[in-house]
Design a binder for this molecule. Sequence first.
Ligand code: ARG
Length: 474
Amino acid sequence: MPRQTMRKGRFQHAPDPRLQALNASIGFDKRLYAQDIAGSKAHSQMLAHCGILTKKESEKICEALDAIAKEIAEERFPFDAALEDIHMNIEAALGEKVGAALAGKLHTARSRNDQVALDFRLYIREEIDALQQALAALQKALVSQARAHAATIMPGFTHLQNGQPITFGHHCLAYVEMLARDRARLKDARRRVNQNPLGAGALAGTSFPIDRQRVAKTLRLEGVAANALDAVSDRDFALETLSAAAIIAMHLSRLAEEIVLWASPAFAFVSLPEAYMTGSSMMPQKKNPDAAELIRAQLGRAAGAFTDLLIVMKALPLAYAKDMQQDKEAVFQSLDALKTSLPAMTGMIAGLKVHEEAMRRMAAKGYPLATDLADWLVQEKKVPFREAHAQVGALIRRAEKTGGDLAKLQWDEIRAIIPSMTQDAYDGFSLEKAVARRVSYGGTAPKEVSARAEEWRKRLIGEKPERDQRKDQK
Ligand code: ARG
């Protein structure tokens, strides 16, 4: 019996191998097998509920689908490129198990267009949930570094030039906040991913008396797509996820870049755990931060995947077109990149050894207390800020002429440039005091950093993960 059931009626000729090479998606969409089977089971149960199949028929179909899932999971399933995609591979295998007549009934009131849209949504939903967990793990690692280093002084840069002293804890919490927004974006995208397209048919709906809500409920989908044409033809849910993923990869690339800098001998702020470093084939002394570099590079994939699908979708007339088959590789490419990057980043952050003296040494360079001097003049001597800014600027210009050290200036030189400065105050400035003073909400003061870190620690411990979707598909 030919396995190519779709060509049985209308076609006289076998597909040209050159078409098959272009058309077959089984090489990549076999990754959707569990979702395809979950969707088919929900569909057949609904058909039985609505009297379109008998209960017995549906049970036989579901049993065979379970057996197919097992064969695929155990890598015993003979995928066949002649059957194009995962949907037809499974349908053909079902026919071999329950007979073509019964297998042929499963596709009643369904098209591959709504079927693939459902599979893809289920897949992305699961990936979002896994990403959430990986992001939370990274947040936790950053929070524990923040708690350990709430008072560890480091240079705070703007333009990668010393600006003001901050604490390493403050720096870590900045990333915790970024990741929190990343997670909020994914959570928001998930609601729109989590809709039921099944029942849209090819594009127009169906004349069978189906129950789309029931399928949604079985698969724990939050709603039912309200327009059949839209349900099969848009991929904005995938694009939203890809855009959130690209932003995550961008955040990771910044952290990765900082790690590369911090671990370089020029900075020597941190030592990376050896387990995350690699050697050189020629230079025996080398230990390289390859993990950070590779994570930094993943944005190429994530941003590429987003643009890839965006351009595939551009100007496609409604409804489905085969262009859309290319949606999956983009999603796999981007989410796979994050799936390998996030745990590696988490391991690296958890194992970072912070060199406090080196951070402090660099924090002292480049007049990091200049703002504090100016602020003091404003607060204590009522000097207008612009005037204070100019006086401190002039003092630094002077210090630069004599070797660049404010501490080496004579007191009368200082008085000549800043008439209202007092010696007590001048000698009292320090990096520690500069950070301790910045107690505004979200500021770098160790007290404030500890409080925010503690809030995050509690929040992350209290979090409940989204219920694992696989449990629902039984
Ligand atoms: N493999 C196809 C895809 O991923 C399934 C949908 C095919 N639909 C069709 N009308 N040819 O897009």
